[in-house]
Write a protein that binds this ligand. Structure first.
Ligand code: GLU
Length: 497
């Protein structure tokens, strides 16, 4: 049997280091066994999936050197490799489950479901569909469907007993069926949910080993049951521990940059990032800390995956990156890589139109643009001593801008301009006043190159990271404050990004 693994990112945001982590281990496992590694785009959440996010994910994984044997861009024998192009396949499988009575139509309104959940929670029970529509006769359900009544399709789940999940690393995990929901497989709009798509696709794509994050362990019983309903062989499950912030909470962008693009923009080497991700979840037989992707594949042994919490420590990554720079790049290679990073013609051409008007001599260029090539700026709270705004207003401006910019798909000066002008307007503030804190957060100074152009050159990851950094420099935002701000932000009447 040929080993086949996959990574199945959802294109709903920035390319996450956690995706690279799963891709790395999936690829090493497959290639160590002479097998194949597949990339599948799981865009079952049509409202949140975007082509820009998909492209960014593909580009970032390629930049890291994680290449796939089959995928949406390279094709392969099991194409298409994008869920949204496989709807007919899912519909056919839902029908098969309905025909075999393993699934049923559910017509419950969201009001009924909410009331049911509230009551279950009030009595200390697991919130779970109560099975009302599972009792409908086939004929009645079909008549209501034909009459056009809105419905979803749910899977049947046993009322009692225990499901044993076998995990190659963790052994046997027992989960009571009474804690497993009668999962929706097909939404009211006819689209599949992740749970149906992942099972159908993994089977049809002949995936033998599923390596994914621990957050999916509780979903495993649903998947095991679906494999049983279809009469298919279950792939081997391997749940890796999730990457963590230094305080052991799940890695989150509020506490740690999570986008691969950020690390690229900061000038980390892809080989050092891969090495670090490898080191977080695994160790070389000789315990050496520095190793290449090829060495990791050669020596890969799944049993050496650690089940400790992998804390993503940017300082340690920087230390390792320094070793790669010093030990593996001679001066020529250093020059090449530096120019590949940001001192290349394309990048220079992005900001030369900005500075040409403003300099008399070349010697002014580097001081004027240093903030465009730097990582985090050396800011202090004093830099934000502004006459017309106090610190809490400044933090609010930075946070509102950040929320809007996190949702911005097309990172171009005019879009950034419209977006920020929109918030200033809805806050009833003069644009220049509103922009000043952003200007300081982005450039480190109160006089510099134009803000929107600078943000375009800096790119989304670093621009957002600088805003987050400025908020932290100003003492951060407490949970309570964050809730209050979120409420106010949602109440703003402004065009959506
Ligand atoms: N689309 C899921 C995710 O992005 C994949 C989970 C899985 O690997 O099954 O987390």
């Amino acid at each position: 049997m040929k080993v086949r693994t996959r990574v199945a990112p959802s294109p709903t945001g920035d390319p996450h280091v956690g995706t690279a982590y799963m891709a790395l281990f999936s690829m090493c496992f497959a290639h160590q066994h002479g097998g194949e590694f597949i990339l599948r785009i799981e865009d079952t959440d049509a409202a949140r999936s975007t082509p820009e996010s998909e492209q960014n994910i593909l580009d970032s994984l390629k930049w890291l050197g994680l290449n796939w044997d089959e995928g949406p861009d390279v094709g392969g024998p099991h194409a298409p490799y994008r869920s949204s192009e496989r709807l007919a396949i899912y519909q056919q499988h839902v029908q098969e489950l309905l025909d075999k009575n393993h699934a049923f139509h559910c017509f419950c309104s969201s009001e009924r479901l909410n009331a049911m959940r509230q009551q279950q929670m009030a009595t200390g029970k697991t919130a779970r569909y109560d099975g009302l529509c599972a009792k409908l006769s086939r004929d009645e359900a079909n008549t209501r469907v034909t009459a056009g009544e809105s419905h979803v399709v749910r899977m049947q789940v046993p009322e009692a007993g225990v499901c044993t999940v076998h995990d190659l690393l963790r052994g046997e995990i027992e989960i009571d069926w009474s804690h497993v929901d009668m999962q929706i497989l097909q939404k009211a709009d006819g689209n599949p949910t992740y749970h149906l798509a992942v099972v159908v696709d993994d089977h049809l794509m002949e995936i033998t080993h599923i390596i994914r994050g621990e957050e999916w362990i509780n979903s495993a019983p649903k998947h095991i049951l679906l494999y049983e309903y279809f009469g298919w062989q279950m792939p081997v499950l391997i749940h890796m521990n999730l990457l963590r912030n230094p305080d052991k909470s799940k890695l989150s962008k509020r506490k740690n940059p999570t986008s691969i693009g950020y690390y690229k923009k900061m000038g980390f080497l892809p080989e050092a990032i891969i090495n670090y991700l490898g080191l977080l979840g695994w160790s070389m037989p000789d315990e050496r800390e520095k190793f290449s992707l090829a060495e990791m594949i050669e020596h890969f042994d799944i049993q050496r995956i650690s089940l400790g919490a992998p804390v993503f420590d940017v300082q340690k990554l920087a230390w390792l990156n320094g070793r790669w720079i010093r030990e593996d790049l001679d001066d020529e290679a250093f020059a090449d890589r530096l120019s590949e990073w940001a001192l290349n013609r394309d990048h220079l051409m992005q900001f030369i139109p900005l500075i040409k008007e403003r300099v008399d001599t070349f010697s002014e260029v580097v001081p004027m643009t240093s903030f465009l090539l730097a990582g985090m700026l050396d800011l202090s709270a004093d830099a934000f001593n502004l006459k017309k705004l106090d610190q809490s207003q400044i933090k609010k401006i930075l946070q509102f801008a950040l929320w809007d910019l996190e949702a911005l798909q097309q990172w171009e000066r005019d879009h950034i301009n419209d977006l920020l002008a929109g918030i200033a307007d809805s806050l009833d503030m003069k644009l220049s006043e509103f922009l000043l804190p952003l200007f300081i957060a982005i450039s480190g100074k109160s006089v510099s190159l134009p803000l929107f152009d600078s943000m375009e050159v800096l790119g989304p990851d670093l621009s957002r990271a600088r805003l987050r950094h400025a908020i932290n420099v100003l003492g951060g935002i407490s949970r309570k404050e964050n809730k209050r701000l979120e409420k106010e932000y949602r109440g703003l009447s402004k065009p959506q990004p």
